[in-house]
Structures are given as structure tokens and as C-alpha cells.
Ligand binder design. Structure first.
Ligand code: IMP
Length: 429
């Protein structure tokens, strides 16, 4: 099966939306396999800008789109998103969208708990406050509500009672009122008929797609440095964001995930708290932020910006299972007289070629830089290598050398068509 899995290779916001949209044109099915509405994918297509959060990007092109079992789904947010697209002229029907019956639901009490914890924490994580972490905790704690529970409303009150037995203990600890079980039953009962037509089976959909020889695109959210195991713990999201999660989070063989494309921004950004070795706090960081329009899609927060860190990407290529890179936002570096790349770290007199696991050590490493000459010409909108200045090509080649992987796609503007394809991830390996 010629499938492709796309994951972020830094701290998110690498421009996955555009690449996924571009690739979904070439796929017959698009599948989300982790995360929730903490993700924000911006897609510019047909002269319109779409902001997606829970819906797989395939919906823009009317491709069969699956919200896999590994996703945590805020049902109200999903309905809002469907309504917003409807208002923009895109009708999301059950022929297009399938919501996995075994996907966990994010409830208002999860959002509240997320916010209460963040507000009370001496060391904040900087979450999106969408309730993602608490929902995954309930999943692992075996007390969560799942999409399928909306299909058996008679059994809902008992399941909610079990869930609230846990949550109300926490809420009392925070000094807030118990969650209102009856109100939750009522509001879920109201929305159940709207969601019911979409609820189906992710693994069966994917098995049928395999038998029919369809090309599937697995769409990751967040990124490897935010992975619960391989990221900068504890400043991470609560799911696995590595390519391997596509199998578990959708219900397919690990061999079905196909070629893994890691999306890499030509510099580095991060939203929220946590270590960031190449962060630039002065004018250069501001300039990158302004030129790259680095504001969060979901929370509107200003992203922290810094130089490209090849130590991190080399590591996420390995831990994420990445076969090739899609390099984005090269044009943001146009006009910088010199550009720096981090090639190693210094820590306590030692040189490291990896990010240590300890959060304290991660905060203390200092980057070792290599400086390259920049380019004054514009790369924006380039659609072939011939249109790129020699120094821009040198920069791309150096990234390949340092990260030990090839650039398969190069994106030179938010527009779908401003993309240089070096090798076709659906075909070449
Ligand atoms: P949570 O996923 O809301 O629990 O947030 C945990 C961390 O992941 C925070 O640092 C967030 O800023 C970050 N995060 C979550 N989703 C995204 C995303 O889609 N892009 C970038 N950062 C994200």
C-alpha cells in the first residue's frame, strides 16, 4: 500500500496543514490519529483560508476523512467546526467524515481541569487549555466516555456517574463546585443525534481502503518534540506524536503507515513553556516572528522563535521514524545577511550531539553554531530549484547533511502550488 504519514519534526506549527492539503490531493483517504482540538492547521486553497482543528485536512477536498480512535474529540467543538465550514460553503456529510466509535470525548470538565491546573501550577506547561491532557488521563484511567457512548443514551447516566466520582474529588480539591452530571447527560443527549451519523469504525474503514487499494494519508498533529515519550517532557502534549502512533491511533498494521514525511520549518519555533536551546530573545527573534507570522492558530499566542536546530531534527528523524523532510517557510529567511544553524550543544564542558532527557539539562544546554551566508533574493513562490538563489540551496543541502535525511518537498509560500517536489512520498522510498 503506497501510504504516507505526515508528522511534525520540531515543536509543531511547521506548516503541516499546507503539506497535508497538498498531499491529500493525491490520496483517497485522510486519517487523524492523535491529538484533538489543540491542533490548528491553516490551509490556503481556492483563494480561501481554512482553519481546521479536529477535522482531517482531507475534508477541504471532499476526501473520505477519518477521525481515528487515537484522537480525543470535543464533540461541541467538532460540531462548531462542521458548522463553520458549512457557512464557508463546504458541506461535511457522513460520506466524507467518519468519527471512530472508540475515540474518547473531551468534556467541559476536562477543559476546566486543564485550566485550573495550569492556573495553579508553580511551573506551567503552557497548554492550550482545551482539556486534552485530562481527557487522555481518563482514557488511560479507563473511565472516559467514547463516541460510541452517544449511541446508547440509556447507559450514559451510569457512565457519567462513574466518571464524576473521580472528577468531583479533584474539583473539591480545587475548591470548585461538583460537576453537574444531569446537565452533562442533557447536553450530550442533545448533540448525540447530530454526531450519530458520523460515528463508525476507523479500523474497518481502513481495512476496506486497503482491500480497495486506496492511498491513505495519515495526518499527525503537534510534533515529535511534543511527544509524551520522546518530547521535552514535561513540556509536551499528552499523546504520542511519532509516526508509530498512526498505526495504534487508527487501527492498522505498523507496515501500513508507508513513507513517513517529517515537516520541518527552516528555523525553529515553540508555543508554550519549556526548553528551547536556539531561542532568540532579541531583534532577530522578533524579525523571524514578524516575517513568519508566528502566532498560534488555536490560542493566538505569540510563538517563540530561534535558529534552525539540527541536533533536534536529527534526533526527531530517528525517534519519529522519518524517511524524508518537507522543508517549509524558507522564504522567511530571505534577506538575512547571515544565518545560523545549531550543530551541537555544550553542557558542563562536554559537547553533545543529542538533547539530553533531563528537563534541567535541556534548559542548560547552550548551542554551538555554524554561520552561513544568507541570500538577498526572494525565494517566495519558487516552484523549481532553478528559481532558488545558490546560498538558499546551500542552506537546504546543509540541513540535509546535518540531519541525515533528504528534503523531499520544499514549500516556498502558504499557497498550495508554491511547492517544489524532489521525490514523491507516495511513490519513492
Ligand atoms: P496541550 O496539548 O494543550 O496539553 O498543550 C501541551 C503543549 O503542547 C503546550 O506547550 C502547547 O503549546 C503545545 N501544543 C499543543 N498543540 C499544539 C499545536 O498544534 N502546535 C504547537 N504546539 C502545540
Amino acid at each position: 500500500m503506497a501510504n504516507v504519514t505526515v508528522i511534525g519534526a520540531q515543536w509543531g506549527d511547521e506548516g503541516k496543514g499546507k503539506i497535508i492539503d497538498w498531499l491529500s490531493n493525491r490520496a483517497q483517504m485522510v486519517v487523524r490519529f492523535q491529538g484533538g482540538n489543540n491542533a490548528g492547521h491553516t490551509i490556503v486553497a481556492n483563494g480561501k483560508t481554512y482553519k481546521l482543528s479536529l477535522l482531517p485536512s482531507g475534508v477541504i477536498q471532499g476526501k473520505r476523512s477519518i477521525i481515528g480512535n487515537g484522537v480525543v474529540v470535543d464533540p461541541w467543538s467538532l460540531l462548531d467546526e462542521i458548522a463553520r465550514l458549512d457557512a464557508a460553503g463546504l458541506k461535511i456529510t457522513p460520506e466524507i467524515l467518519v468519527l471512530a466509535e472508540n475515540a474518547v470525548l473531551v468534556l467541559p470538565l476536562h477543559r476546566e481541569l486543564d485550566a485550573m491546573r495550569e492556573d495553579a501550577a508553580p511551573q506551567k506547561i503552557g497548554t492550550t487549555k482545551r482539556g486534552i491532557g485530562p481527557a487522555y488521563e481518563d482514557k488511560v484511567g479507563r473511565r472516559a466516555l467514547r463516541a460510541i457512548d452517544l449511541m446508547d443514551l440509556a447507559a450514559l447516566p451510569a457512565k457519567i456517574e462513574r466518571l464524576l466520582a473521580h472528577h468531583n474529588i479533584l474539583r473539591r480539591g480545587f475548591g470548585v463546585a461538583d460537576a453537574d452530571g444531569a446537565a452533562l447527560v442533557k447536553s450530550l443527549t442533545e448533540i448525540a443525534p447530530k454526531l450519530a451519523p458520523f460515528i463508525g469504525s476507523s479500523w474497518r474503514e481502513l481495512h476496506a481502503a486497503k482491500l480497495a487499494g486506496k492511498r491513505v494519508l495519515f495526518e499527525g498533529a503537534q510534533a515529535v518534540l511534543l511527544d509524551i515519550d520522546h518530547g521535552t517532557y514535561p513540556f509536551v502534549t499528552s499523546s504520542n506524536t511519532v509516526a508509530g502512533q498512526a498505526a495504534a491511533g487508527a487501527g492498522v498494521s505498523p507496515r501500513a503507515i508507508g513513507t513517513v514525511l517529517g515537516i520541518v520549518k527552516s528555523y525553529t519555533t515553540r508555543v508554550g513553556e519549556g526548553p528551547f536551546p536556539t531561542e532568540l530573545k532579541g531583534a532577530t527573534g522578533e524579525k523571524l516572528g514578524e516575517r513568519g507570522k508566528e502566532f498560534g492558530t488555536v490560542t493566538g499566542r505569540k510563538r517563540r522563535c530561534g535558529w534552525f536546530d539540527s541536533v533536534l531534527v536529527r534526533q526527531t528523524v530517528i525517534t519519529g521514524g522519518i524517511d524524508g523532510i518537507a522543508l517549509t517557510k524558507l522564504d522567511v529567511l530571505d534577506g538575512f545577511p547571515t544565518i545560523r544553524i545549531c550543530t551541537a550543544y555544550q553542557l558542563d564542558g562536554k559537547t553533545l550531539d543529542y538533547l539530553p532527557a533531563d528537563a534541567g539539562a535541556q534548559a542548560r544546554v547552550t548551542p554551538v553554531y555554524e554561520e552561513m551566508e544568507g541570500w538577498s533574493e526572494s525565494t517566495q513562490g519558487a516552484r523549481s530549484w532553478a528559481q532558488l538563489p545558490a546560498n538558499a540551496i546551500k542552506y537546504v543541502r546543509r540541513i540535509e547533511e546535518l540531519t541525515g535525511t533528504q528534503v523531499s518537498l520544499l514549500s516556498t509560500s502558504p499557497d498550495r502550488d508554491d511547492t517544489i517536489m524532489v521525490s514523491d512520498p507516495f511513490v519513492d522510498r
